[in-house]
Ligand binder design. Structure first.
Ligand code: ATP
Length: 345
């Protein structure tokens, strides 16, 4: 069992607070992604869990044991970082065996584990090669194989795919997902790439300014963002927002449309994803500004009441800049946010 519990963890660097009182539980064998823009504190949180950084306050528990005062090697974790840390002067075999030798495992056990993980990562034909002669993608596989060979309860990964080109990233992403689903490890994975986060995670913790704004399944953070930030950060193009006011009949007025809204509040932000609008005579008026054919769909950037509004529409649609469209939001996809707190209502 390797449940990870983070209790009231904060980190200050001098006068700067990188993490504000974080509470988070990662369940045994869960794949948790920490997602957020550069500087939001994801690496700092990961390094605190790893033991590479000391928290200014709070506790870290792994597998029912408090570990925040233990050195990294006593925490039962393996790590994979962006810059691989694969030793170029060692063979692939010796790189994978490195931690196992440190643990003084018998040679037969080392052979078994190296061969098994090399096979898993499809690098068994490279075992005798020096790591300095490998491509970036191959080195990345070695780094993951080395982490898996330790058979850790917990694997921590910080942007492990960020040095790979787009196609290789896609391929490695699918492989990592398969391999880690079969292993019994609890995984925490740091990325700023929301597509990677969506594709890998059981749950995503969306971070902003040293706080966790929402921790939920990929579908949940996409469909039901807990705050405006989540709706804007996740999804490409991001969620649309328009100001809404409650009329005398109790309905909300949004760009000339009347929509039923939440019971509470008089001024709210109406929100909808770009793919959740349809061309229909009952919709609000949107003036097309930029048309971008994307193959499967066409992204139309419009103006609605002077506000930017994006719509992902059928690629067969004939539309030119300046055209007036009528866009109807799908009723079950409409969300509402409090403009003051920016939280979902
Ligand atoms: P990135 O994706 O760019 O790595 P991140 O979300 O992982 O960003 P962190 O590396 O955790 O962000 O950094 C969070 C904040 O803490 C940043 O503003 C960073 O400048 C600051 N910070 C991190 N380490 C230190 C340090 N040793 N001393 C001072 N400030 C630091």
């Amino acid at each position: 069992m390797a449940e990870i519990v983070i209790k009231n963890v904060a980190k200050r660097f001098g006068g700067f607070t990188a993490l504000h009182s974080i509470d988070l539980t990662i369940t045994d064998q869960e794949f948790m992604v920490l997602l957020g823009a550069s500087g939001c504190g994801k690496t700092t949180l990961l390094r605190i869990i790893a033991g590479l950084e000391t928290p200014s306050q709070g506790e870290v528990w792994i597998g029912g044991k408090r570990v925040d005062h233990l050195p990294p090697r006593e925490r039962g974790i393996s790590m994979v970082f962006q810059n691989y840390a694969v030793f170029p002067h060692l063979t692939v075999f010796e790189n994978i065996a490195f931690g196992l030798r440190m643990k003084k495992l018998p040679q037969t056990e080392i052979d078994r584990r190296v061969n098994r993980t090399a096979e898993l990562m499809h690098i068994e034909q490279l075992l005798k090669r020096y790591s300095g002669q490998l491509s970036g993608g191959q080195r990345q596989r070695v780094a993951v194989a080395r982490a898996l060979a330790m058979e850790p309860d917990v694997i921590l990964m910080d942007e492990p795919l960020s040095n790979l080109d787009a196609l290789l990233r896609l391929e490695m992403r699918a492989e990592l997902k398969g391999v880690l689903a079969d292993s019994k490890t609890t995984t925490i994975y740091v990325t700023h790439d929301q597509v990677e986060a969506m594709s890998l995670a059981d749950r995503i913790s969306v971070m902003n300014g040293g706080k966790i704004v929402q921790a939920a399944s990929p579908v949940e953070v996409y469909r039901n963002p807990a705050a405006r930030f989540v709706g804007s950060f996740i999804g490409n193009p991001p969620m649309n927002f328009l100001p809404a006011r409650r009329g005398t009949n109790g309905q909300f007025q949004v760009a000339g449309l009347e929509l039923p809204g939440p019971v509470a509040g008089d001024a709210l932000d109406f929100a909808i994803r770009p793919e959740d609008v349809e061309i229909a005579p009952t919709g609000f008026v949107a003036t097309a500004r930029v048309i971008e054919p994307l193959g499967a769909h066409t992204l139309v950037t419009t103006e609605v009441d002077g506000k930017l509004f994006r719509a992902v529409l059928d690629s067969d649609l004939k539309v030119a800049p300046g055209d007036e469209l009528r866009l109807a939001p799908k009723p079950d996809r409409v969300r509402w946010f409090d403009p003051e707190t920016t939280l979902a209502v």
